[in-house]
Design a protein around this ligand. Structure first.
Ligand code: SF4
Length: 392
């Protein structure tokens, strides 16, 4: 990891230090430590002194604590490590290509902290080699496929890479004329706001490579308004000042933001700071994530109620499931049915399709649902739906 990041922090960040062992967190009761260390041997623990300082330890259900401190229930037998079968769309080492216009480069295998509910936690586990720090093959793949207009740098967290490597990737992508949007999927604005604030070279690179007709987007990841500290807000302002478009995406997580008031507060504050909510994800049934999972129907009710409470800019997110067949929007639930629609689809014939399933309040994922009346659940998309799919 880039431990040298600490050296780049501005004085206001202090000497932010990364923590990789639970015994470095004195607030964890000794009686709990051994059990939680067992969890962390399976699903690694990582945080830093700034982020852990956001925890109110007198509050057992503190949201930041839930995000970063392991729980024993993670060892419950549940889910799989690759719950949406990313292996099926991995076209080469560290390159995922699911939708025609967008490619993912998994260019780093660590993050500023490890969210306990991470759907890609397999990357941090021993023996995993899915990310590829060498992006040359990915760049060749993108250059050879003119349909690719969007490149998402992900992992792991790309902002944990050195500035030198990041700038080299931006420069190489800008040499490919058909690449318009570079997305940076990152939780560093929450984990370490000084990553950008303290790095003039990176700020200049963002300014240079986020061009008026070819923007860089930050796909930020704030889960709870508690993470929107003054430093984090200043960090987002710094992205904006340097020409980056900011949006937020986060999962709906039990014990963290599964409350309409909490979610509405997050949406509003994100809109106010110029990082409006984009997607809210239904949690994937990932191994270790049972304690963080919310059933689809409950999630939809929370999401719908949160939207009702916000003004327009805070009401823009879609509630979606990243299923192996595509990105599926949860449209509505009534007394008997759940209505879904392919927002993005791996197979062209699924694009824009609306589907109805038997309502099941215990279901967590598409694969748990039964089609309505056991009929094939697909409806042909109306021209209007096709049009809106193309526009959004
Ligand atoms: S920042 Fe993203 S990739 Fe990293 S641990 Fe959290 S959810 Fe997973």
């Amino acid at each position: 990891m880039d431990e040298h990041l600490t050296a780049r922090c501005t004085p206001s960040s202090g000497r932010l230090k990364y923590l990789r062992h639970l015994h470095q967190v004195p607030e964890i009761p000794k009686s709990e430590l051994a059990r939680l260390e067992e969890v962390a041997r399976q699903y690694p623990f990582r945080t830093n002194t700034y982020y852990i300082g956001l925890i109110n330890w007198s509050e057992p259900k503190d949201p930041v604590r839930q995000i970063i401190i392991p729980r024993r229930e993670e060892l419950n037998d549940w889910g799989s490590l690759d719950a949406s079968s990313e292996s099926l769309v991995t076209v080469s080492h560290g390159i995922q290509h699911k939708y025609p216009h967008t490619v993912l480069l998994l260019c780093n295998e660590i993050c500023g902290g490890y969210c306990r509910y991470c759907f890609r936690k397999r990357l941090f586990m021993d023996g995993c080699n899915e990310a590829n720090l060498d992006v040359r093959e990915g760049l060749r793949y993108i250059a050879d496929n003119p349909d690719i207009t969007n490149v998402l740098l992900t992992g792991g967290d790309p902002l944990m890479m050195s500035t030198r490597r990041l700038v080299a990737i931006f420069a190489a992508l800008r040499e490919i004329p058909h690449v318009r949007v570079i997305r940076i999927g990152s939780k560093m604005p929450a984990f370490n706001p000084w990553r950008l604030l303290g790095d003039n070279e990176l700020q200049q690179a963002l300014q240079m490579y986020s061009e008026p007709r070819r923007r860089i987007y930050l796909m930020a990841h704030f889960d709870h308004a508690r993470e929107l500290t003054d430093a984090a807000v200043e960090g987002i302002a710094c992205f904006l000042r340097n020409g980056v478009i900011c949006v937020n995406q986060c999962p709906l997580i039990r014990g963290i933001n599964d409350d309409p008031a909490v979610l509405a507060d997050l949406f509003q504050q994100l809109a106010w700071i110029g990082c409006p909510p984009y997607y809210v994800f239904q949690g994937r049934p990932t191994a270790g994530n049972q304690p963080y999972s919310v059933p689809i129907v409950q999630g939809w009710e929370i999401f719908r109620e949160a939207l009702r409470r916000g003004s327009g800019l805070a009401r823009r997110p879609r509630f979606v499931m990243s299923h192996k067949t595509g990105k599926i929007e949860i449209l509505a639930v009534d007394d008997t049915r759940i209505y879904l629609r392919y927002h993005r689809a791996r197979d062209e014939e699924d694009r824009g399709r609306v589907m109805a399933f038997r309502r099941d309040d215990a279901a967590f994922w598409l694969d748990d649902l039964d089609p309505w009346d056991n009929e094939p659940p697909m409806f042909e998309p109306s021209p209007l739906l096709e049009m809106s799919d193309g526009l959004l």
